[in-house]
Design a binder for this molecule. Structure first.
Ligand SMILES: C[S@@+](CC[C@H](N)C(=O)[O-])C[C@H]1O[C@@H](n2cnc3c(N)ncnc32)[C@H](O)[C@@H]1O
Length: 130
């Protein structure tokens, strides 16, 4: 992983269950992308990770290193994307309902004052059983 991404990692551990091959992930409050870039190693080239954050400076770092990680993993195409948005406004993003297997958040849902504003729309983005 790129050093600049790791230097701007402000989370705690890695939040991912097992058996993730080809899974579609959503990371709420992805910051500079540490988890977004760690997950493709577990989900493989067929999986996909979407990162959402509200801070331009963090997203700039994340996006700057997109090609670096695609090359490092030997993938033909990057399988991550980033969106700028508050996690309290997930409905405003062009994300399909019931389209994610796993939603993670590393030290960010705890920052939301009204957690249901995050969790209800997030639940709608999960596939049944996600
Ligand atoms: C503690 S850092 C964690 C970042 C990342 N998950 C990590 O592990 O490095 C908090 C991040 O959450 C973002 N954030 C805080 N509140 C947010 C909100 N309501 N919507 C979107 N992003 C938010 C900040 O911009 C920052 O990048």
């Amino acid at each position: 992983m790129h050093d600049e991404v790791l230097m701007r990692y402000y989370g705690c551990g890695l939040i991912a269950p097992e058996a993730l091959k080809s899974a579609r992930f959503l990371d709420l409050g992805c910051g500079a992308g540490r988890d977004v870039y760690a997950l493709p190693q577990m989900i493989g080239e067929q999986g996909f990770v979407v990162g959402v954050d509200m801070t331009d400076e963090q997203l700039d770092v994340a996006r700057t290193h997109q090609d670096h990680h695609r090359d490092a993993y030997g993938y033909a195409k990057s399988n991550v994307e980033f969106h700028k948005e508050s996690i309290e406004r997930l409905e405003d993003l062009p994300l399909d309902l019931a389209s994610f297997d796993v939603i993670v958040s590393n030290c960010v849902v705890n920052l939301a004052t009204v957690k249901l504003e995050v969790l209800r729309p997030a639940f709608n983005l999960l596939k049944p059983g996600g």
